[in-house]
Design a binder for this molecule. Structure first.
Ligand code: GDP
Ligand code: MG
Length: 297
């Protein structure tokens, strides 16, 4: 049977006019290498973005880790088209010197703003290709007791430029109570260090109860604890994405095992439009104001 990611609800988020044109969304992943970034984006969109990876020779593979790689996939569900761009970034930690390890990433985000700014001031304004990054998933390792200095600095380098959504990676390495403890700690530290992560907009008072409940859960689940897997395993007679252990199976899409489904729903079903709005109205506007200031001073 066919599996659905769920973006067929996108038309409910925006005007019908844009339905025909289709939607586009650019998602970036960042964080230390080996935390499961590539695996998670694969799991999120049920596509194997990295299926050509095996074809690379050793030399190319070395290059790959120091480069930002952009993948675009066109997916269609129930007649709704989504052009999804994933920006995979080199994981830090490989280099001996991690100072300013976020620099290539912030440069990349700025370059997309710059391009958009140039196009917007040009003659062909109607057909601008929008490559701005709408969301950055930041991966926090499961093994520490909270944020490391590098996590704090990294997110602070990004937070004025892009919607940062923090994740606790490889949540299958932790017990539920450890997950809760780490989440509480990370939330505290995000506050303490003044990191401005993406804020879910408050819902209107006339929203229905179910929606309000969803919204509350979303806020309380931050930072989402996720598990990624590219393998299909059998659980209770059903074939699911999961990880097989001697003591049992963790299912990626089981809500009592991790927040994967919450994250995907947030990105695709409920908040994609808001993520794009904030990118345009806040982050891009900041960039634009700076450009104009520089031009006139
Ligand atoms: P990246 O460097 O951040 O892109 O990490 P990869 O996606 O390449 O994954 C690194 C390794 O971690 C691989 O062996 C994955 O199979 C494994 N891995 C990925 N996601 C998870 C997870 O959620 N839990 C566990 N236990 N391992 C994972
Ligand atoms: Mg990777």
């Amino acid at each position: 049977e066919k599996q659905y990611v769920g973006f067929a609800t996108l038309p409910n988020q925006v005007h019908r006019k844009s339905v025909k044109k289709g939607f586009d969304f650019t998602l970036m992943v960042a964080g230390e290498s080996g935390l499961g970034k590539s695996t998670l984006v694969n799991s999120l969109f049920l596509t194997d973005l990295y299926k050509d990876r095996k074809l690379l020779n050793a030399e190319e593979r070395i290059n790959q880790t120091v480069e930002i790689i952009k993948h675009t996939v066109d997916i269609e569900e129930k007649g709704v088209k989504l052009k999804l761009t994933i920006v995979d970034t080199p994981g830090f930690g490989d280099a001996v010197n991690n100072a300013e390890c976020w620099k290539p990433i912030t440069d990349y985000i700025d370059q997309q703003f710059e391009q958009y700014f140039r196009d917007e001031s040009g003659l062909n304004r109607k057909n601008i290709q929008d490559n701005r990054v709408h969301c950055c998933l930041y991966f926090i390792p499961p093994f520490g007791h909270g944020l490391r200095p590098v996590d704090v600095e990294f997110m602070k380098a990004l937070h004025e430029k892009v919607n940062v959504v923090p994740l606790i990676s490889k949540a299958d390495c932790l017990t539920p109570s450890e997950v809760k403890k780490l989440k509480d700690r990370v939330r505290e530290e995000i506050d303490k260090f003044g990191i401005k992560i993406y804020q879910f907009p408050d819902c209107d008072s006339d929203e229905d109860e179910e929606f309000k409940q969803q919204d509350k859960e979303l806020k309380e689940s931050t930072p989402f604890a996720v598990i990624g897997s590219n393998t299909v395993v059998e659980a209770k007679g059903q074939r699911v994405r999961g990880r097989l252990y001697p003591w049992g199976i963790v299912e990626v899409e089981n809500q009592s095992h991790c927040d994967f489904v919450k994250l995907r729903n947030m990105l695709i079903r409920t908040h994609m439009h808001d993520l794009k709005d904030v990118t345009c109205d806040v982050h891009y506007e900041n960039y634009r104001a700076q450009c104009i200031q520089q031009m006139t001073s």
